[in-house]
Structure formats: structure tokens, C-alpha cells
Design a protein around this ligand. Structure first.
Ligand code: HEM
Length: 166
């Protein structure tokens, strides 16, 4: 409960901040989606400062976090049905690549676009929060400091509107 609240606060902060400022287009012009322009299609632009990537213990740490996140989510009674037909090894790999990419670790994200991959899954805000809570447990287990966890959550928060459909 507390973890969900913390993420909601991060999300609210991100929404209130500049994250979507670039989405606003003058009347009559097509809105620009900054995430669609990400060279790696990963849903966010990479952090410039390598300190955060290092605090996640680099690629190995992010692989452990992605593995744990997927294992927890597949076993989580709140959301496991959504993962019933998921290719878990692929999801672990692409999530680790995505996290590495957005934290500036220089990885190439080989997965699909966030909106396309989650289309028609019927993910709710409650499902989204459950997955984020699992991510927070995984980051705790890896020993990532709380403040540093917030850096990744802030990168993922704007993706909520692409993943949640109802
Ligand atoms: C910010 C939050 C999220 C991120 C960053 C994220 C990221 C990803 C990535 C990288 C993939 C793999 C893409 C590929 O295979 O090409 C994926 C697939 C998937 N995601 Fe998410 N996801 C998020 C939220 C969620 C939520 C909340 C759910 C459901 C509770 C979910 C369910 C799934 C499932 C079931 C797949 C596998 C699709 C398939 O097997 O084809 N995701 N996600």
C-alpha cells in the first residue's frame, strides 16, 4: 500500500512536471510524441548521468531486477492471469534492456513499442500499480537505495498512459 502510494506520488510529480510539456502542440498541428522518437523505441529517453546506472549495479543488477520482477508478477495473484501466455525469458531480456537503456547504460532495446505491446491487454491502473510494487520489491532486494529507485520510476511513470487502457 505504502509502495503504491510512493509511486503515485512520483507519477503525480512527473505528470505535473515537464514530462508532457512537449506533447502540447499549437492548434492545427500534429502533436509530437517525444517517446516515439526514442532511437531504441524504449518509451523514454536515456539518463545522461552514469551514477544511477551504477547504483543499479549495472547490467547484471538490472538483469536480476528484471528476472525478479517477472517471476514475482507471473506468481502474483493480482496480475498473473495477464501473463498466462507470456514468453517469460523474452520479457526478462527485453525489460533488462529497456531499464539499461533508459538509465543510460548504453544497451540496445530490441523489444516492441510500449503502446503496441500492451494493446488490448486490458491493463488497469490497479494492475499497473501491482506491477510497480513488484518492481519496488525487486529493487529493494537488489539493494538499490530508495532515492535511486525513484529515478527509474520517474522514467516509467509517463508510460502508464500507454499501458493502461481502461
Ligand atoms: C511502465 C510499466 C511497464 C513497462 C516498462 C513494461 C515493459 C514491457 C516490455 C519491455 C515488454 C516486452 C516487449 C516485447 O516483448 O517486445 C512488455 C511486455 C508485456 N507486458 Fe509490460 N510493461 C509495463 C507494464 C505492464 C503491466 C502493468 C502489465 C500487466 C499487469 C504488463 C504486462 C505485459 C505482458 C503480459 C507482456 C508480454 C506480451 C507478450 O507476451 O507478447 N506490462 N512490457
Amino acid at each position: 500500500m505504502q509502495k503504491t502510494f510512493v509511486f503515485a506520488a512520483v507519477a503525480a510529480f512527473t505528470l505535473a512536471g515537464s514530462a508532457f510539456a512537449q506533447d502540447a502542440a499549437p492548434a492545427g498541428e500534429k502533436p509530437v510524441d517525444p517517446y516515439a522518437q526514442s532511437p531504441a523505441n524504449a518509451g523514454a529517453t536515456p539518463l545522461a548521468d552514469p551514477a544511477t546506472f551504477q547504483a543499479f549495479h549495472g547490467k547484471e543488477g538490472l538483469a536480476r531486477i528484471a528476472n525478479d520482477l517477472v517471476d514475482r508478477s507471473i506468481a502474483d495473484p493480482r496480475i498473473k492471469d495477464i501473463f498466462a501466455t507470456t514468453d517469460a525469458p523474452r520479457l526478462k531480456r527485453t525489460l533488462a534492456e529497456q531499464f539499461c537503456y533508459v538509465l543510460g547504460g548504453g544497451c540496445v532495446y530490441t523489444g516492441r513499442d510500449m503502446a503496441a505491446v500492451h494493446k488490448d491487454m486490458g491493463v488497469t491502473n490497479r494492475d499497473f500499480n501491482a506491477l510497480v510494487e513488484n518492481l519496488q520489491w525487486a529493487m529493494d532486494k537488489e539493494g538499490v537505495p530508495f532515492a535511486v529507485q525513484g529515478k527509474l520510476l520517474a522514467k516509467l511513470a509517463p508510460m502508464q498512459r500507454k499501458v493502461v487502457e481502461r
